[in-house]
Design a protein around this ligand. Structure first.
Ligand code: SER
Length: 339
């Protein structure tokens, strides 16, 4: 008998940390994790099996397929936007090759059991390409279907994988005798910058927001690589986790699309600095613009219109900029660095 589980790839990353805790508290099927690194030991008691391995290792995926009955996959493994610009081929291998392997695993599982497998994919504001800083300023709050011309390898990978997920859900092998449509239930969220008080981001571009906060909490100086006036949408990690759980729990007929974008607040880098100074008055935060990294941030929107997510599955962030700091970031981060 295969063991009934849910599978989380890239589980040791920032989203994984929050998602594992949330899903294990919620109860339900045991969790199996897959990550290239060892899972943070503090999470061990919440998972049934923490497998160390590469999502590109097809032998390993075949073993998982034989051993487990997987009803949902949360495919979080990815090379983020900064690292991807230094190693585009590796990023493509991991982000695209890894995603199609996981979709294929989901399809094998669904076909062998004749049951739908749910698939969650974290996409990103990186799928957008605003064209210029001026367009970004003029565009205001954009819809999911606007400006889908990514300028980064990571953004190209995410946009393509969204389409792969939709293909596996709706049109897989459309010319073969047996239709496979509906065997995968693919759902994706394009996330804005995420801020966790318990983990530190690595390898991304939106990292300047959380990095600034973590540096201040540790009394370290921070040099921010974007202009003071640069704005991006953000949200706290607990809001992101709530969103994933809510979207995945929604009945299929309530969803008008497979891919939604969401945000909680749009903030300029200077607003982060001012907020941080109000809690850590000694914090040393300076701005030294890195034009290349600035150009990536300028290609991402300052705001997204998330009304489809609000209407279809009741998305509503708990934290705006003020409550993000007051109720989550500051208390948690103080606790974290006091330990
Ligand atoms: N936070 C990601 C990055 O900066 C974007 O999804 O790469």
């Amino acid at each position: 008998m295969r063991k009934a589980v849910i599978l989380i790839s890239g589980a040791n990353g920032e989203i994984g940390h929050g998602l594992i805790r949330s899903l294990s508290e919620k109860g339900g099927l045991p969790i199996v994790t897959l990550d290239i690194d060892q899972l943070d030991s503090s999470l061990n008691s919440t998972v049934q099996d923490a497998i160390i391995g590469n999502i590109l290792d097809r032998n390993l995926l075949q073993r998982l397929n034989a051993e487990f009955e997987i009803s949902a996959i949360y495919h979080l493994a990815a090379v983020l936007s900064k690292r991807a610009e230094f190693s585009p081929m590796t990023a493509h291998d991991v982000n695209v090759g890894g995603t199609i392997n996981m979709l294929d695993l989901a399809m094998e599982q669904a076909t062998s059991r004749g049951k739908t497998v749910k698939f969650f994919f974290p996409s990103s504001i990186a799928v957008y390409g605003m064209g210029s800083g001026e367009n970004k300023g003029n565009a205001g709050s954009i819809t999911e279907d606007d400006f889908r011309s990514p300028e980064t390898m990571y953004g190209c990978n995410k946009l393509y994988c969204e389409n792969l997920g939709i293909y596996f859900s709706n049109h897989y092998k459309r010319l073969s005798a047996e239709s496979s449509a509906g065997l995968i239930d693919f759902r994706a969220i394009r996330f804005p910058g995420l801020i966790s008080a318990v983990t530190r981001p690595t390898g991304g571009t939106t990292d300047y927001g959380p990095e600034m906060i973590h540096a201040a909490a540790q009394s370290q100086p921070y040099v921010c690589f974007v202009r003071e006036t640069t704005s991006l949408p953000f949200m706290t990690m607990p809001d992101a986790i709530r969103a994933i759980v809510k979207l995945m729990d929604s009945p299929p007929d309530s969803l008008s699309r497979s891919v939604y974008h969401i945000m909680a607040f749009s903030a300029a880098a200077l607003q982060f600095k001012e907020k941080i100074l109000s809690y850590f008055p000694e914090a040393e935060i300076n701005f030294l613009v890195n034009d290349k990294r600035q150009s990536i941030v300028d290609s991402w929107p300052a705001e997204v219109d998330d009304s489809p997510a609000r209407q279809d599955w009741g998305w509503k962030p708990k934290h705006d900029l003020d409550s993000a700091f007051d109720d989550y970031i500051i208390p948690e981060i103080r606790r974290r660095y006091a330990e």
